[in-house]
Design a protein around this ligand. Structure first.
Ligand SMILES: *[C@@H]1O[C@H](CO)[C@@H](O)[C@H](O)[C@H]1NC(C)=O
Ligand SMILES: *[C@@H]1O[C@H](CO)[C@@H](O)[C@H](O)[C@H]1NC(C)=O
Ligand SMILES: *[C@@H]1O[C@H](CO)[C@@H](O)[C@H](O)[C@H]1NC(C)=O
Length: 320
């Protein structure tokens, strides 16, 4: 009971002290019922440290290698491209999703994958409805981990979007980086897009084409990699293009056009009619257990620390 009281005090203190800094750290990890709005990403400038936001994720296959980019949407849900994740669908044992924003208070930012939901009308290697919802066994921990909102704007030609990736899909151009990179692209009309592909590609009503940067080194096209407009997820990398020749447009799935599938999947999971993967005998992963901090929090000390901290909330955050 004393612990609960202290928690409340701590949370209160943190809330009061947060606006002082330029960034945001959360007093605790995400749990299964964390409401999405509580952890909504508020833009690059709102987050702390050298990261693009705690919503940007890497999906790793069972060997621990990069599979796809992903965007954190809800405690147990990650959005990616169906074409990218489809080949892994039958070997999910040990496949994980990893956060890209870490703080000194985090021991782990990795969650195991439970199942993957594909739209009924998605066909492998086709553009239509190229989106998948990855369901996690547990939320991804981390004090910087956040959710991204789905697109609310109509994506139109000439809009400038920001894409994120590691460069795994452009090995010919340069080596992938361990940290994600960002780049800017502009949306082009379907008409213009069709012209550059000729008859070699059938566009879909759920696709968005973008003009890639002239410099192939700035081209980011990892499958499932997110494309954002302001603070919203408006696209994920689909198939059909390559960074080798950036005169070809990049193809993304238009998140606004597939939002219904995402929301229905979310509802179905909440209502319990989309099932979890059947239980297999669990290999308990060797978890790092933090030495439990003293449960009695010295509030005098805490107040003192809060008052003197005005510069970097990431440095000053209190781990407990
Ligand atoms: C990439 O991220 C950096 C750091 O957050 C930012 O300054 C830059 O403007 C971003 N570039 C684009 C194209 O968004
Ligand atoms: C890229 O593709 C365009 C269109 O097919 C072609 O004209 C151009 O020569 C290609 N560039 C390179 C570097 O391959
Ligand atoms: C709490 O910390 C302050 C400052 O370090 C110290 O003076 C005080 O004795 C501590 N109180 C307890 C109950 O440990």
């Amino acid at each position: 009971m004393g612990l609960a009281k202290n928690w409340l005090l701590l949370s209160l203190l943190l809330v009061i002290w947060m606006p002082l800094g330029r960034g945001k750290v959360y007093p605790r990890d995400i749990y299964r019922r964390t409401p999405k709005f509580r952890r909504a990403w508020m833009g690059v400038e709102s987050n702390t440290g050298p990261n693009f936001g705690g919503w940007l994720l890497r999906i790793l296959n069972s060997d621990g290698n990069f599979a796809c980019g992903g965007a954190y949407y809800a405690p147990l849900l990650v959005i990616t491209s169906a074409n990218c994740i489809y080949p892994y669908r039958n070997s999910l044992e040990g496949a994980t999703v990893e956060g890209t924003a870490f703080s000194k208070c985090d021991d782990e930012n990795v969650a195991e994958i439970d199942t993957i939901q594909f739209p009924e009308r998605f066909i492998y290697r086709k553009l239509y409805m190229d989106v998948a919802v990855v369901r996690l066994k547990e939320p991804i921990k981390g004090r910087l981990t956040e959710f991204i909102r789905l697109c609310t704007v109509k994506v139109q030609p000439r809009m400038r979007m920001v894409v994120f990736g590691w460069g795994y899909d452009s090995l010919e151009v340069q080596k992938p980086s361990s940290d994600p990179r960002n780049s800017s692209v502009s949306v082009i009309s379907l008409k213009e897009c069709r012209k550059s592909f000729g008859k070699s590609l059938r566009l879909s009503s759920t696709s968005v084409c973008v003009r890639q940067p002239k410099n192939p080194r700035q081209c980011l096209y990892d499958g499932g990699g997110p494309m954002i407009y302001k603070r919203e997820l408006c696209g994920v990398v689909s198939i059909g293009s390559q960074c080798q020749n950036t005169s070809y447009p990049g193809m993304f799935t238009n998140i606004k056009r597939v939002a219904r599938f995402i929301r229905e999947t979310e509802e179905g999971i909440k209502a319990g009619y989309i099932f979890r993967a059947p239980k297999v005998r669990q290999k308990t992963p060797a978890k790092v257990i933090r030495s439990p901090a003293t449960s009695e929090i010295n509030t005098t000390e805490l107040k003192y620390e809060a008052k003197t901290t005005t510069i970097d909330p990431l440095e000053a955050m209190v781990c407990n």
